[in-house]
Design a binder for this molecule. Structure first.
Ligand code: NAD
Length: 432
């Protein structure tokens, strides 16, 4: 890890303690403007269930080690709890609360029948063997027990988790069920490998959604993506797919950053070849025909668009003033803190907020869940077409709310989500 990135991570560690508080603040800002019913405001400003499990795992050398895992279920009025699993040394209850809450807003904004949840295990997977990661995953799934379920709470991939890990969650969950119930429970997890019941297009779905929102923005701004330049922070699932999917539009990647460092080439970096390099070496550092740059130089890059697709609190009071872009498309969850948000507004940098921009993942997770329930397999054209329609509709609704309430796009996205939740609460009332 380079020194620069280490300091970014430490900075994040400090700030993460306030992540949930900042989500609640964003929520209250929108709730004030739209005059959200006060009882519904009370309900939505708290999480429903918070599960913390400590569980033992046998290491390759025979020792037993304890791990801590989390699952926070924020709200399920729209449908089963839904949200990813993150493996990271900085995972903590505050972060998971914030991420779970964002999932509720994402389900509401895209009109899918899911509530919000998130989970994770506090550990650094780079320090463990694949077999150890499998056992950690299986023991965590066992420890969660019936706190997850196909019609109750459905995990998916997030930072440092992928289709393979979802296959282990699935297998462990099914192994704990009576045999006659196993085959109707494959939708307990989404983002699975295709052969194990995954959906075509789920792997790239979040990056695809990011690109669909950028295309909508470009139409709105009459901005030509052909020849437009952009930078990406985080070259994992979201960042690398967003970059690869922007290539056919003629957009040019000029800098990329991940935990291994940052690289630049003003003449363009081929995202396909960079993805292969990341797969074989573990990061963007050392990619041919690029120069290594530091974090500050990365944030100061001359480019039209910035896609933060790594961790929270990347765009802050310190880094936002450095940005020279005209659009920030938030592939990551919570990449901009409140001070950063304020500076983006002052600098009149357009923003596609996370709960809209990266919602493609949960939308295609919903498609996977539906296909499993109906024993169907859709082709890529169907998945992409349905995703595009949902994202474009959500984008249009956020634009409409921004104009109607004369607010920034983040607040507008919250208003769209909260309006749907308010309607459902008002229709259903409160038992008893
Ligand atoms: P990933 O594990 O595949 O990739 C994470 C990337 O971020 C890696 O390239 C890593 O090196 C980089 N990174 C981590 N810490 C960094 C730092 N301090 N500075 C620079 N780079 C750093 O994860 P992902 O699934 O691509 O998720 C990325 C973001 O997108 C997260 O905020 C996640 O919650 C969000 N997201 C993911 C999905 C999904 O479907 N995977 C859906 C919606 C939102």
């Amino acid at each position: 890890m380079s020194t620069v990135i280490e300091s970014t991570v430490k900075n994040n560690e400090h700030k993460k303690n306030g992540l949930y508080a900042s989500v609640v603040q964003q929520f209250h800002k929108a709730a004030d403007i739209m005059r959200l019913d006060s009882s519904i405001r009370d309900i939505l400003s708290m999480t429903t269930n918070e599960i913390i499990v400590h569980f033992p795992v046998r290491m390759d050398d025979g020792r037993i080690k304890m791990f801590s895992g989390y699952r926070v279920q924020h709200n399920d009025v729209l449908g089963p709890y839904k949200g990813g699993l993150r493996y990271h040394p900085l995972v903590n209850i505050d972060e998971v609360r914030a991420l779970a809450t964002w999932m509720t807003w994402k389900g509401a904004i895209t009109g899918i029948p899911f509530g919000g949840a998130k989970g994770g295990i506090q550990f650094d997977p780079t320090q463990y063997s694949l077999r150890e990661i499998e056992r950690i995953t299986r023991r965590f799934t066992f420890a969660l027990g019936n706190n997850i379920g196909p019609e109750y709470d459905i995990p998916a991939p997030d930072v440092n988790t992928n289709a393979q890990i979802m296959a282990w969650v699935l297998d462990t969950y099914l192994s704990m069920m009576p045999p006659h119930e196993r085959h109707r429970s494959t939708h307990v997890v989404t983002g699975k490998p295709i052969e194990s019941g995954g959906s075509i297009g789920r792997d790239k779905a979040t990056g695809q959604g990011v690109v669909y929102t950028i295309v909508e923005w470009a139409k709105d701004r009459k901005f030509d993506l052909n020849g437009a330049t952009y930078i990406v922070q985080g070259f994992g699932n979201v960042g690398s797919w967003a970059a690869r999917l922007l290539k056919p539009y003629g957009a040019i990647l000029v800098a990329a950053e991940d935990v291994t460092g940052a690289i630049a080439n003003p003449d363009g970096i081929d995202p396909e070849v960079l993805s292969d390099h990341v797969t074989s070496t573990g990061g963007v550092a050392g990619f041919h025909n690029t120069i290594p740059i530091d974090h500050r130089a990365f944030m100061e890059s001359e480019a039209d668009m910035f896609i933060p697709a790594a961790m929270e609190n990347s765009i802050t009071g310190q880094t936002a003033p450095l940005l020279k872009v005209r659009l920030v498309a938030e592939g990551a969850n919570g990449p901009t803190d409140q001070a950063g948000d304020q500076i983006l507004r002052e600098k009149r940098i357009d923003l596609i907020p996370d709960i809209l921009c990266n919602s493609g993942g949960v939308v295609v997770s919903y498609f996977e869940w539906l296909q499993n329930k109906r024993s169907e397999f859709w082709d890529l054209e169907e998945v992409d077409g349905k995703l595009n329609r949902r994202i474009s509709r959500a984008y249009g609704q956020v634009r409409e709310a921004a104009n109607k309430f004369n607010v920034d796009w983040r607040t507008a996205a919250y208003i769209v989500a909260l309006s749907r939740l308010e309607k459902v609460y008002k229709e259903r009332g409160l038992f008893p």
